[in-house]
Design a protein around this ligand. Structure first.
Ligand code: CUA
Length: 360
């Protein structure tokens, strides 16, 4: 009875195989699914990230092969050791003072081959690492577009450089780049060390106080990518993110043209009141709105704040409700950030929100 139960009929066996295949494919879907997304070094959207990801996968598969080989050799050694153990206990305990020459020779060649393969594997990784590093810097040419980015606790100050000062666009926590064009990013810091990282486009580059670092980004497909500070820089390090929008060149040009312009004047009485609230409240002490008397560079430039995807360095989506919460008590949302709570009565707050929302 028992034996018959063990010999599964062909249908049951086929079902078992299918379940195993299904489980394996689900597992690989889950694993690979984790690789895609707006902040993933394994979902490259540009030539540099593709190089890095290629090197990563090579090292992953090489390590997997080494792991399986070592595991296999260990299991084989255990199995052969057991098979060769003498039946006589006394014989088994006797120290082997006379090694067999044939076995000795075999062991030596196995160790030599394993050592040789290890050196070849490490050398291959070294060479590929060098080649990848060279390829990553090959974009460095005369830049058509250069962006100055300064890391601050805990947000990103952005300036699109231009020989004519009136054409410099300043904004925060968001950059736009044209698809297929290498863009130079100059990295600085005002306080502590931060690190610029857009995993889908390139590797990390530190932003060091008093030192200029330069990196390049190129996106090969349009999309929205998430950048993240990659160097611990204090309490809100995890909430120091930015958005990269890669778009066709015409769209990028239109966007940059708009960012260069001063703020749109308030169009309704509500927005006019909002502007007055802004100019007579603590907001004006830290922020710039170009085209108005507000010109402080301590906090983010708000000239076109409504055109951005997020506020508070990626912490919140840029919607009215979030703006209201951020203005009245940002410390609740991002404790330790430099913006103090701004107490406003509801009418003033609503007017201010209407004004800020008009700053496209
Ligand atoms: Cu800035 Cu971490």
């Amino acid at each position: 009875m028992k034996k018959r139960g063990r010999q599964a009929d062909p249908v049951t066996r086929r079902q078992g195989t299918r379940s195993l295949a299904c489980a394996l494919s689900m597992l690989s879907c889950l694993l690979m699914g984790g690789c895609a997304g707006v902040q993933s070094a394994l979902d490259p959207a540009g030539p540099q990230a593709a190089r890095i990801s290629g090197l990563w996968w090579f090292m992953f598969w090489l390590s997997a092969v080494v792991f399986v080989a070592v595991l296999g050799a260990t299991l084989l050694a255990v199995w052969r050791g057991r098979a060769q153990r003498p039946a006589d206990e006394a014989e088994a305990m006797r120290p082997e003072l006379q090694p067999e020459p044939e076995r000795e020779r075999r062991m030596t060649s196995v160790i030599l081959v394993a050592g040789g393969l290890t050196i070849v594997a490490l050398f291959t990784i070294l060479v590929l690492d060098f080649v990848t590093g060279r390829a990553l810097t090959s974009l460095s040419a005369a830049p058509r577009i250069a962006i100055d980015m300064t890391g601050k606790q805990w947000w990103w100050d952005v300036r699109y450089a231009d020989p004519s000062p009136s054409q410099i666009a300043t904004l925060a926590n968001e950059i736009h780049i044209p698809v297929g064009v290498p863009v130079q990013i100059k990295l600085r810091s005002n306080d502590v060390i931060h690190s610029f990282w857009v995993p889908n486009l390139h590797g990390k580059k530190d932003m060091i106080p008093g030192y200029l670092n330069v990196t390049w980004l190129q996106a090969d497909r349009p999309g929205l990518y998430r950048g993240q500070c990659a160097e611990f820089c204090g309490h809100q390090h995890a909430h120091m993110a930015f958005t990269v929008v890669a778009e066709p060149f015409e769209q990028f040009n239109a966007w940059l043209e708009n960012q260069r312009r001063p703020a749109i004047p308030p169009a309704t009485p509500e927005q006019q009141r909002g502007q007055q609230v802004f100019l007579t409240s603590p907001c004006v002490m830290c922020h710039t709105i170009r085209g108005t008397p507000a010109g402080s560079r301590y906090g983010p430039d708000l000239t076109h704040v409504a055109s951005r995807q997020a506020i508070a360095a990626g912490r919140l989506a840029n919607v009215r409700d979030h703006l209201a919460k951020w203005i009245t008590n940002s410390q609740e949302i991002k404790p330790g950030n430099r913006m103090p709570p701004v107490p406003l009565n509801n009418d003033d707050l609503q007017a201010l929100l209407s004004y800020l929302e008009s700053l496209k």
